[in-house]
Design a protein around this ligand. Sequence first.
Ligand code: 13P
Ligand code: SF4
Length: 302
Amino acid sequence: MKDIAKETERLKKEKNAVILAHYYVNDEVQNVADYVGDSYYLAKIAKESSADVIVFCGVSFMGESAKILNPDKTVLMPDKSANCPMAHMADVAKIEEMREKYDDLAVVCYINSTSELKCHSDVCVTSSNAVKIVEALPNKNIFFIPDENLGRYVAEQVSDKNIILNDGFCHVHASITKDYLGQIKAKYPNALVLAHPECKKDVLDEADYIGSTSGIIEFASKIDSDEFIVCTESGVSCELKKRNPGKKFYFASSNHFCPNMKLNTLEKVLHVLKTGENEVKVSDEIRKRALIPLDRMIEIAK
Ligand code: 13P
Ligand code: SF4
């Protein structure tokens, strides 16, 4: 393992490459990354990067967004089959139907979506900026795709808009149930509950804090409390433990792994750095159209 990390470091310098990793990937991959963060942070870093090569350790919508935001760079993914099922859970025909129905409709697209869906959207959001962006839009009618749970959470925060929900969901967060959370809470009654907004409403209703992966990590690190029940994917424990060695973190599901994020391994990072395989390609036409909602997100979220 040490040798792989060393060789990765050497190749990174030789190729002027940078490694970006999401908080859900394996710990050993987070440990060799130059930047680890939530989706918004990583998109911003990808846009601003001056490296020649970006190795994106995440899932395909993340690699594609990096390529769309910074087309002159080579973007490599350790495993190209790492895909977020939720990214596909909306359809263009439904978007068109909604546009017919409402004159002033804004299609707000969670960044966890295919590039094709982004092409048909007005603005992208991530879990860390969705409320702020929806609030800033002049439109009254919003079609929020693809995640129903994040959409509902935003609708609860922004009461003056008509937010139409779509039925997409994340299977990892949906596996966290109110019943199981109740059992963990009974075991650790002093623990604060931290939840990602992709969780179902009855789980979010039990939370002391709701936010993105970065938000969860920041909150747990700042607040004067020693025990937490975490309602999101297990990968966040790497950073949570690093920053808070004295605190305890319990997970609210027996199945809190995103199998796609876990496809990123140190061996695969080294392999793509060595060979240049698994390059992310986005056609010019898709890139130009999908860039509009991504850029608009970055502009409003500033
Ligand atoms: P964050 O933007 O909060 O890191 O979430 C990404 C994601 O895929 C959640 O499932
Ligand atoms: Fe997609 Fe869920 Fe995995 Fe995030 S945790 S990448 S939303 S499947």
